[in-house]
Each structure stands twice: as structure tokens, then as C-alpha cells.
Design a protein around this ligand. Sequence first.
Ligand code: XMP
Length: 511
Amino acid sequence: MKNETVVVIDFGGQYNQLIARRVREANVYCEVVPYSKSIEEIKAMEPKGIIFTGGPNSVFDEKAPKPDFEVFNLGVPVLGICYGAQLMSMALGGLVHHADTREYGVTEIELDTDATLFKGLSAKNRCLMSHTDKVEGLPEGFKVVATTADCPMAAFENAEKKFFGVQFHPEVNHTPFGTEMIRNFLYDVCGLSGDWTMSDYAKNYIEFAKNKIGDKKVLCALSGGVDSSVAAVLLYKAVGKNLTCIFVDHGLLRKDEGDQVEEVFTKQFDINLIRVNCGDVFLGKLKGVTEPETKRKIIGEEFIRVFEKEAKKIGAVDYLVQGTIYPDVIESGTGDAAVIKSHHNVGGLPDYVDFKEIIEPLRNLFKDEVRQLGIELGIPENLVWRQPFPGPGLAIRCIGEITEARLDILKEADAIFREEIANAGLERDINQYFAVITDMRSVGVMGDERTYDYTVALRAVTTTDFMTGEWARIPYEVLDTVSKRIVNEVPHVNRIVYDITSKPPATIEWE
Ligand code: XMP
């Protein structure tokens, strides 16, 4: 493989991983490294381009993060973004002004389209500004290549040395030309060919994990969801039988799901898999419980206890694999948000497992990248494209008390709904869809008989972030087929309703 590495030097800005994502989307390999990385280590990576990220500090702060400025003598193109641009200006002899108020928001920008960075773009454009300090005098050899009303030096370049500074954020969607600009930097300034793919990511990671782990022991909690599955297979490819996966089947999975997971992991990949069938234990703990938060807490805790018990049988391990992906990292960073639901992720961190270090191979990836990686690794499409499924499983789709009989009704109804969505070719258009068994019973008539049975609700939403969502406009004919099939094929259901509330005010799950 050709070495076409771009090094992203991280100064702590909130969009840093987005920069990496934009570079990877341009099919260029990149690594995000801390600003404190030594110049020798950076050199050893043989970067073909370097990007300085933004960051929350002022360049004048005593503790402002600064890289080794030798980085400007490597003969490698450098793109500084926001704080990174101010740092570049300061390091090379420009003037940075410390402002007291922050410029924040989307603003009009005028681009010099003769500059390599802005080649092929519209001169009148928009960008997101989010900075306090600002560059007010350019270092020698630099010229201004973009301006805004408040920021006369919104972008500047030294074309000869291939140094560029932009005070706006090209990595966010609010800067519509940002992706193109980053591509110009990568292809035209750094001369990269852009032939890197997800299969290279897999190869690199497997190589890295082999070297790091050697013949040590690795443990993984497998939920059967996309993230933990991809993480497990990636590690399996690196360490083979030194990886053990524990799959806690709490009996709250969708119809046949536990068997499918077992089949893929043991038949297709020959992974050491311990499946713990403990549906009875979970049902016992949940007996008589109807309150949603209590259900969630019980399941979360019990899951950890079961996992610990199994892990103890294996004894000490060196590494514990987590399927954390990048949005988890962002979301868990907020801290003060009100607790709407106590989310529990199967695969969450147990308290007493004897391990030395956590490894998170997907930490830098977004969901669609994880799916791409899964396909590269040979995981079947139906698993890779599985819709999100909550850790507490069907328990929070079984309103009221959870019993085996009601779970069976739910599993069957849900399977029919999913089958008909697939038959209608809507699987990829609707982001999450499932059945809910309510605790309401109502009167119906079947044949000549009176029935007094459960109402099943259908829920389907379109969303990109799962924080907000619209109820999906499923064609009536599809809903009609689903309704008829469930009532005819699933005993004890005599009424189907379709949930037409968006989020907010409703949440996606019913509990
Ligand atoms: P809500 O119901 O909060 O759900 O609108 C938003 C998304 O999160 C999923 N969800 C969970 N995922 N553990 C998870 O891993 C949980 O405890 C949990 N609860 C909800 C839900 O399915 C939807 O995709």
C-alpha cells in the first residue's frame, strides 16, 4: 500500500473527528494525534500533509497547546483551521489579536478562486465562524485569500511553502464548500491520489492490533448489534482464538436473533463464543415490574452481573473490547443533559472484570463507516444493516408486565412487521421500525366469536440522528397487509394501531 498519510494534530476542538472524517471521505488515510506528539514521531509517520485542528484556547493562554514548531520545517503542506490558523500565524511571525467577544455563526465569505484551496468554488459563499482570537497581520510570504465582513483575513496562504490558514470551520455542514476545500488541499496541494478505502482501515487496524496484543487474551461482550459485532470480528482477525466473546442472551431479543448471532460467529468465523441463555433469570427479576425506568435498571444491572460471572470463569484477561463509536463519544461528553431515559448499552463497562486495558477499535468511526467496515470484514449484510436495537431489548416494547406469553406475541408481531417492510422494499428508507405490545385489551369479533385481546402498536420513524425523528409515511397498503397478517397469524391480538407521533414530543421507544 502506498503511504499517503495525513496527520491531523489535535488541539482539542469539538469538530476534530469531523476533520478526520472529511479526509477519510476523500479516500485519504489520516490519523488524529495529540498536539504533544514529538516531531520525531510525526516524522516517522511520513505525513504527506498536516492539518492543525481548532481548539478552545486562546493562543495567548499560558497553557495554550502548542506543537513542536519544527513541523513547519518538514517540507510538508500544512492547513491550519481556526485555532490552528492563529497558531500558524503566530509561529511564523504574524500578528494575532486577542478579542474579548467571540464571533460565532454562519456568515458570508468572499473566496479568491485563484488560490489552490478554493479552485473551482463559487467566490461568494458561506462559512461557519467560531473564534475569539483573530489573525490581523500575516507572516512574511503570506497573502489573504478569503475575507468576511468581520474577518478581513478569513483565509491566507503561502503558496510556495504550501501553508494555509482558515479561520472558519471547513469540516462542518454549515460551510457548504468545506468538503471541496479539503479535497483541494489533499489532492492539489499535497498531491495525494485518494485511493485509500475501508479495507485499508481494516488491514491497518488488524496489523496494529496484532502487534499490540501479541498472544495476550482479549474479551468482548457481544450484543449482536452492529457495533459490537464489527469490533469483535476485527479483533478476531487480529488475534483469532485468543479472543473470547460472551453473548448474554437475555431472552429479550427479536425473534430468532440469538440463533442468528450464534450462527454467524461460530459457523462463519469460528470465534470462541460463549452464549449464556438466561432468559429465565431476567424474566424472574422482571416479574411484576411495570415501571419503565425500573425495568431498564434491572436489566442493566443483571446484564453486568451475568457478564461478570462468565468473565470470572475465564479468569484474568489483558484486554476488554468495547464497540464504542464516535457518536457515543460525543454524546457522553455533554454531561448536563436531563435524563429522559437511562440508556443502557449491552456491552457497557462491567465493574469487576479483571482486565488491564480497554480497546475501542471503532472509536473514530461514524455509524455508516462501521457498516462499511463490517461489509469489508465479510459480516452478512442483514447483520451489518440491522436497525438500532435498545440494550433492554423487547422489555421496553412490552408495555406493562413482561411475561413469556406476551413476549412471544410481540416477537411474532414484530417479525411480521419487519418482513412486510422488507417485502415493500422500505428497509433502508425507514430508520427504525418495530412492534409494541400494549397493556390494553379491547373487544373484537373473529368469525362469530367475541374476542377480548391485546392491541399491538406499530412504530416506524425516519431520522438521521435518533435525537429527533418523524413518523414514517408508510403506504396504507403496506400497513393494511401488516395489520391483517398480525391479527390472523398471532393469537391474542385483535387490534393494530399505528403511532403517528414524531420525536419530540414522543420518544422513539415507548418506554
Ligand atoms: P428514544 O426512545 O430515547 O430512543 O427516542 C432513541 C434511540 O435510542 C435507542 N435506545 C437505546 N439504545 N440502549 C441503547 O443502546 C438503550 O437503553 C436505549 N433506549 C433507547 C432507541 O432504540 C432509539 O434508536
